[in-house]
Design a protein around this ligand. Structure first.
Ligand SMILES: Nc1ncnc2c1ncn2[C@@H]1O[C@H](COP(=O)(O)OP(=O)(O)OP(=O)(O)O)[C@@H](O)[C@H]1O
Length: 582
C-alpha cells in the first residue's frame, strides 16, 4: 500500500523505510540534549533549594554533551545519506523504468496521451517525487514515529499530562486527512492546468513557422496566456485550501501544549507532581512536535506529490502487449484472416482477409483514410486487432512477443523518425551489431552517399533534432538505409519513396527491388504507377477489401482501382499552367 501510494521501486521502498526509521532516530537523538539540559537544571535547582549548598561539577555534563554531539552528527549524516541519496537514486531508477515501460507500451496508449504529458511525467513528476522522498515522506512518517516514542515514554512519567498532550495529535492528523480529501480536486485541476500550459507551449513552438505567418498569431498567444492565467488561479485556490487546513491542524497541535500547562498547573496545586517535574515535562513537550510542524507546512507539496505518484503509477500499471519471445518464424506468408480494428470506438478495418505471400510484393491501395497504414501497423503488432487473426508462418502474431516479432520486419514509414545523433549512428539503429562496412554498403544502396559526403563531417555529422538539418528526401533515404542494413524477411514500405525527386526515386526503387527479393513485401503507395508490377494489389475502401488482383486484371474489371488509376492519369497531366488555360 505504502509502496504503491508513493509509486516506489522495490529498492526505493526499502530505502524509504530505512530513511523513515533513521529520521525517527535523528528526531529522538536531538531530544537528548534537551533532556541533558533539564537534568542539569534540575540538579542545579535542587542543589540551590537544598540545605547543603555544594557546587556541582559540570565535567560529566560536558562529557555527555560531547558524546551526544557526536551521536547526533553521526545519525544525521547517516539519515542524510539514506534519505537524499536514496531519493536521487530512486528518481533515476524511476525514470529508467518508466522509459523502459513506455518503450513497451502498445501504440493504443499514445493515442490518448499527449507527448508533453508523458514528458511531464518522466521529468516533472519524478522530480516532484524525488523532492518529496528526500524531505517530506521521511520527515512526516519519521516525525510521527519519534513523537509516538516520546509520548509513550512520557506516559510512564505522567500519564495525565501525556494524555493532554497526545489528545491533539490524532485530531490534527485527522484535519490533514480531511484537507487531503477537500484539496484533491483542486490539486488535480491545478495539475491539468499546468499540463495545458506545457501542451500549448509545445504546440506553439512546434508550429512557430505557421503561427508567425498566420493572421491568427495573436490569438495563439492569447490562448497560451489564458492557460498560464488558469494555472495561477488554480494554484492560488489550492494553496488557499491547504493554507486554511494546515494552519488549523498546526494550531490544534499547539493546543496540546496549552492543555499540558492547564493539567500540570492543576496537578501541582493538588500536589500530585512537583514543579521541577512539571518544567521538565513542559520542555520536552514543547520540542516533541518540532519535526512534525516543519512537515505540516510542506503538506501542500506533499499532497501535490501524490498526484505525481499516481501519474507515474498509471504508466507503470498500464498493461503491455505480451507474447512468447521463444517463437521462431521459418516462413513469412502474412495471412489476414477476417480482421477487424477500431482505434477508439470507430471501426476502421472490417472483415479484411487476404494473404501477402513470401517472395511476392503485395500492394495496398485505396482512397485516403481507407486504412492502408493501419493494416501495415496491425501486421507488425503496433496495434492489436479487435477481431480476427493475423498469422505469419501459421502462427497468430498476438502470441508472439512484439519485440521478437518486429525483429522479422524492416519498416520504412512515410514519417521518418531520426535521432539527434550522427548519420552513422542513425543508420546503425537498423542493426545493433552492424560493422562499418555493412553501414556504408547500406547507405550506398539507399543512395545516401550523394548527400553524406557533402556534409562537413560526412558520416559523423550530427543531424539535429529529428534530422532537421536534412531535406525530406535525405531523411527518407536514411530510413531506407536502415531497412537495407536490417535485411529482415518481411518488408513494410509505407509511402517509402514519397519524398524523393524522380531521379532518386528511380534509383531507390531499383535498390528496393534488390532489398525485397524473396521477401514478403507489403507496400503502400499513392502513386498507382509505382505498384503496377506488384504480384498482388489489394484495393481497400472504408476499411473493407473491394478488389484483389494484378494490375491488368483490376484495370479490366473496371472497378475502383480502374477509377483511381484514371483519376491519377488525369491529375498527372494537370499543372498550374493548365489552370490558366481553363
Ligand atoms: N491514431 C489514430 N487514432 C484514431 N484514428 C486514427 C488513427 N490513425 C488513423 N486513424 C483513422 O483511421 C482511418 C484509417 O487511417 P489510415 O492512416 O490507416 O489510412 P490510410 O489509408 O493509410 O490514409 P492515407 O492514404 O491518407 O495515408 C482514418 O479514418 C484515420 O482518420
Amino acid at each position: 500500500m505504502f509502496k504503491n501510494t508513493f509509486s516506489l521501486t522495490d529498492k526505493g521502498y526499502v530505502n524509504v523505510i530505512k530513511g523513515i526509521l533513521l529520521t525517527a532516530l535523528h528526531n529522538l537523538s536531538i531530544m537528548f540534549p534537551v533532556v541533558l539540559l533539564l537534568l542539569l537544571a534540575s540538579d542545579m535547582i535542587q542543589n540551590y533549594l537544598g540545605d547543603k549548598k555544594v557546587s556541582i561539577s559540570l565535567f560529566p555534563y560536558w562529557g555527555v554533551a560531547l558524546l551526544l554531539l557526536l551521536l547526533i552528527y553521526w545519525v544525521y549524516r547517516w539519515t542524510y545519506r539514506k534519505t537524499y541519496v536514496a531519493a536521487y537514486e530512486e528518481s533515476a531508477n524511476t525514470r529508467i523504468s518508466l522509459a523502459e515501460k513506455i518503450r513497451r507500451l502498445p501504440l493504443s496508449y499514445f493515442g490518448n496521451k499527449d507527448l508533453s504529458d508523458l514528458t511531464s511525467t518522466l521529468m516533472d513528476d519524478t522530480t516532484t517525487m524525488e523532492h518529496t522522498l528526500a524531505t517530506g515522506v521521511c520527515e512526516l512518517f519519521g516525525g510521527i514515529i519519534s513523537s509516538a516514542v516520546v509520548l509513550l515514554t512520557l506516559f510512564f512519567y505522567d500519564w495525565r499530562m501525556s494524555l493532554s498532550l497526545f489528545i491533539c495529535l490524532p485530531v490534527s492528523l485527522a484535519v490533514l486527512a480531511i484537507s487531503y480529501k477537500v484539496s484533491s480536486s483542486s490539486n488535480w485541476k491545478n495539475r491539468h492546468a499546468k499540463l495545458g500550459v506545457s501542451e500549448a507551449i509545445q504546440e506553439y513552438l512546434e508550429n512557430i513557422k505557421l503561427v508567425q505567418t498566420s493572421p491568427q498569431k495573436y490569438s495563439y498567444r492569447t490562448q497560451v496566456e489564458k492557460r498560464i492565467k488558469k494555472v495561477v488561479r488554480t494554484s492560488m485556490i489550492y494553496e488557499l485550501v491547504m493554507g486554511v487546513f494546515v494552519s488549523i491542524a498546526y494550531n490544534i497541535l499547539r493546543v496540546g501544549l496549552g492543555l499540558v500547562v492547564v493539567t500540570g498547573s492543576y496537578l501541582i496545586t493538588h500536589e500530585k507532581i512537583d514543579l521541577i517535574g512539571f518544567l521538565l515535562f513542559l520542555f520536552v513537550a514543547a520540542r516533541i512536535y518540532d519535526p512534525l510542524t516543519t512537515v505540516f507546512f510542506k503538506m501542500g507539496e506533499f499532497f501535490y506529490s501524490l498526484v505525481s505518484a499516481s501519474r507515474i503509477r498509471e504508466i507503470q500499471d498500464y498493461p503491455v502487449q505480451i507474447g512468447d519471445s521463444n517463437i521462431t518464424l521459418n516462413s513469412y506468408d502474412i495471412t489476414f484472416d477476417h480482421v477487424y480494428f477500431a482505434y477508439n470506438t470507430d471501426t476502421v478495418i472490417s472483415d479484411v482477409s487476404f494473404v501477402a505471400k513470401q517472395g511476392e510484393i503485395t500492394a495496398l491501395v485505396g482512397p485516403s483514410g481507407c486504412g492502408k497504414s493501419t493494416m501495415s501497423k496491425l501486421a507488425s503488432r503496433f496495434w492489436d486487432v479487435s477481431k480476427g487473426r493475423i498469422l505469419i508462418d501459421g502462427k497468430n502474431i498476438n502470441d508472439i512477443d512484439p519485440e521478437t516479432l518486429l525483429g522479422y520486419f524492416s519498416i520504412v514509414f512515410q514519417d521518418v523518425v531520426l535521432f539527434n545523433d550522427t548519420i552513422y549512428n542513425n543508420i546503425k539503429i537498423g542493426k545493433k551489431d552492424a560493422t562499418e562496412e555493412e553501414i556504408i554498403t547500406a547507405a550506398r544502396m539507399a543512395r545516401c552517399e550523394d548527400f553524406i559526403y557533402k556534409l562537413p563531417h560526412s558520416y559523423d555529422t550530427v543531424i539535429g533534432e529529428n534530422g532537421k538539418t536534412l531535406s525530406g528526401g535525405e531523411r527518407q533515404r536514411i530510413s531506407i538505409a536502415r531497412a537495407f542494413l536490417k535485411d529482415a524477411p518481411i518488408v513494410l514500405l509505407d509511402e517509402a519513396t514519397a519524398s524523393l525527386d524522380p531521379e532518386n526515386e528511380t534509383l531507390i526503387q531499383e535498390a528496393i527491388g534488390k532489398l525485397i527479393r524473396n521477401k514478403t513485401v507489403l507496400i503502400i503507395a499513392h502513386r498507382l504507377r509505382s505498384i503496377e508490377d506488384c504480384d498482388k494489389i489489394v484495393v481497400l475502401k472504408a476499411g473493407k477489401v473491394k478488389e484483389v488482383g494484378r494490375h491488368q486484371e483490376l484495370m479490366e474489371s473496371n472497378g475502383l482501382y480502374h477509377h483511381l488509376f484514371e483519376l491519377q492519369r488525369e491529375s498527372s497531366a494537370w499543372g498550374v499552367g493548365s489552370v490558366k488555360q481553363v
